[in-house]
Write a protein of this length. Structure first.
Length: 352
């Protein structure tokens, strides 16, 4: 029992008061009735009244100290939780063995929680600044392009058959790019705030890969890149969100075409059985990614200098979206690459 325990305080006070009373009574009897010192009844009386006094003062002090501490603690709790403490809490405080130690623990815990919250808010603030900075940078290029083309058209270009249609077409391309950026931004904001609802179904990942490759056929054809699917013998059934996985495949295969070789380019998609999971790998023989850049390609807005040189169209959002989708499925995505040789992106999916 520690000294600041209400029971210890009450015990000490009760002992002091009782001892004082017993001693005072004893000496008073010695002086006023010396004969009563040999009277056992007097000792009996002293014992009974002393006992009663001890019990009375013990409970009196216990009640007063408890009440005092409770009134102080209630204020601390009120400020910590900003809630009204209820009667049940009072009960809890009273019966607690070491009330002040408990409060100390709770306050320390509360302090640590608050510190964590402050760190998190600081990080969010950094993230927000970063995000807005990147976003305005990304939006500027197509916006300035639109402004340039429209100004030229207004300043007489509209009557020039050599450029009017071409400038309108370029304006359209820039506006499409703006729309795509805004859509991707909306998606990434949703994903980063954890609002991704997955509609998991059973589907054949090989069939979906064929659909995606067909969709990207024109693009591959323009860059003279051959897209090959390493066709497994049987369908490969997985349990995942079909549309989202379609988006993942589109992004990765699109990258393998976009950052692929201009001639003799090749993009190969393979499937590997891994017990509970399926590993899907997309391998190209394109420009490759420097080792220093490898861990960063999944960051939003991150583009490698090699990537920028190869294609001016990227925004650096695709892989960030892909990573969120795969992680929402509790699966993994990884990349390996050798500059001048090629790159492989691989992700896993749960077998169905
Ligand atoms: N297959 C690849 N080969 C080489 N570099 C790649 C490949 N895939 C992605 N990258 C690099 O990673 C960056 C981020 O990719 P991504 O997020 O899809 O953005 P984007 O394609 O819009 O540039 C690219 O800009 C590029 O530098
Ligand atoms: Mg991309």
């Amino acid at each position: 029992m520690k000294f600041h325990d209400p029971r210890a305080i009450a015990l000490l006070n009760a002992s002091v008061v009782t001892a004082g009373y017993v001693l005072l009574s004893f000496f008073t009897s010695c002086i006023l009735h010396p004969a009563s010192l040999s009277d056992f009844a007097m000792y009996g009386m002293l014992l009974v009244t002393g006992g009663l006094l001890f019990t009375g003062t013990y409970f009196f002090f216990r009640y007063t100290v408890d009440k005092f501490i409770y009134s102080k603690i209630r204020l601390i709790y009120k400020s910590i939780y900003s809630v009204k403490t209820q009667k049940t809490n009072r009960q809890r405080f009273r019966s607690s063995r070491d009330i002040l130690d408990n409060v100390e623990q709770e306050v320390t815990h509360w302090g640590a929680e608050k510190q964590k919250e402050i760190e998190r808010l600081k990080q969010l603030e950094e993230y927000r600044k970063d995000f807005i900075g990147n976003m305005s940078h990304e939006l500027k290029t197509p916006l300035f392009n639109v402004q340039g083309y429209v100004s030229t058209l207004i300043d007489g270009g509209l009557d020039d058959p050599k450029i009017n249609k071409e400038y309108l077409r370029r304006t359209e391309v820039s506006v499409e790019r703006l729309i795509k950026i805004v859509e991707d931004l909306g998606e990434i904001t949703q994903l980063e705030s954890g609002q991704l609802y997955l509609n998991k179904v059973r589907f054949d990942i090989v069939a979906v890969t064929h659909e995606v490759v067909e969709m990207l056929e024109m693009k591959a054809h323009d860059k003279e890149i051959q897209v090959i699917i390493n066709q497994p013998v049987k369908p490969v059934w997985v349990h995942a969100d079909r549309d989202k996985i379609c988006q993942v495949l589109t992004n990765i295969i699109d990258n393998s075409i976009r950052y692929g070789l201009d001639q003799n380019g090749r993009s190969k998609i393979s499937f590997f059985d891994m017990d509970e999971n399926i590993l899907v790998e997309v391998t190209d023989n394109g420009v490759g990614i420097d080792q220093d850049d490898l861990p960063r390609v999944f960051e939003r807005f991150y583009r490698t200098s090699r990537g920028r040189e190869t294609s001016t169209k990227g925004k650096g959002l695709g892989l960030a979206i892909v990573k969120h989708i795969i992680e929402a499925h509790q699966q993994t995505i990884n990349v390996r690459s050798t500059v001048g040789v090629g790159t492989t992106f691989g992700f896993t999916l749960r077998k169905a």
